[in-house]
Design a protein around this ligand. Sequence first.
Ligand code: PLP
Length: 401
Amino acid sequence: MSIFNEHYFELKNGFLFAEVTRRVEEYKKQHPDRKVISLGVGDVTRPLPEVCIQAMHKAVDELSRSETFRGYGPEQGYAFLRQAIVDNEFAPLGVNIGIDEVFISEGAISDCGNIVDLFDQDCVIGIPDPAYPVYMDSNVMNGRAKNINILPINQDNGFVPQIPEKHLDVVYLCYPNNPTGLTMNREQLSKWVEYALREKCVILYDSAYVSYIRHEGIPHSIFEIEGAEKCAIEFRSFSKTAGFTGVRCGYTVVPKELTFNSEDGRTISLNYNWNRRQCTKFNGTSYISQRAAAAIYSEEGQRQVRENVDCYMKNADLIRETLKKYGYDVLGGEDAPYIWLRTPDGMGSWDFFDKMLNELSIVTTPGSGFGQSGEGFVRLSSFGRPEDCEEAMKRIEQWKY
Ligand code: PLP
């Protein structure tokens, strides 16, 4: 017997972005004279909003004096941030969330991965394909590879995962979606909530890109849908909203009404047990990060955040429209910072990735890295600098592949 958790051997690929980086580094080594433009990994490029910088400086000063020094904070996060989230993210939507239903994290990726701790080994899991890789990989690492049901997102279902006929215990949904850049409307999301309530299924709803929604009628939170507080957990992040990919801060909403009956008739609360899990395995998010996050909720903070988001969405508009103009088949990018580009002539995702890298020095992300249904697509991210996006589009205009 090996002491190693051999479920790791069941992981399909190396981490997608590591392979992208490897190929790009190799290319740069061979072509040191070429300027590589990345429309690949979804990392932000604009500096933090000024309100966050000021809040962090102030927090550092507080930590430098014994009267205001803080050590370990609450595992669930400081009340000042939890309250600000309730008041600014949910109350304006008419969603009634209590601060003890909000758990501050060091980013959504950890919680999206760690949440699997709450579920039984034999749970039947639904994962859309393509999807953000952590949903699949964290379940595989925990030994649930055999319980995973793939929910394809493709042309046949209009790029919306179909409500399954069979029972699922847990399902992941991510809207606005990474990687397709598409959204779900209220009616589509309501059908999922109805399914979850009927089947006693938990929806793990990842809304890391909520700030990019621009059109009316698109839910900003799953809790806008009636009954979702009885069947859903929502993950959010300050990474793409306020440029916190390096600062690290996010949060997870676990409603108190989300309960289950155990076989021996007890009522089990996921809120209670997530708190229990966090108090055991997590010592809280940095005070400095939490102060920076809270700063975005001032009027000026909201203005600065909007400015960043608008800048990225201007890139998205340029990328989408340029590609369309030259006859490419594109999806997304209207309420999300990603554009989902169908590769021409049925070319494989990695082949088209290599072609764009070698011929245009442009980095994309191969769709197949997000799952089998992503084959034949690449994802373009709008998080680059505007001048780089413009140059990338000029290269594409001249390419006319
Ligand atoms: N969820 C989705 C869909 C993402 O694309 C990302 C980051 O790219 C995250 C979660 C993780 O965000 P964070 O930086 O808060 O860990």
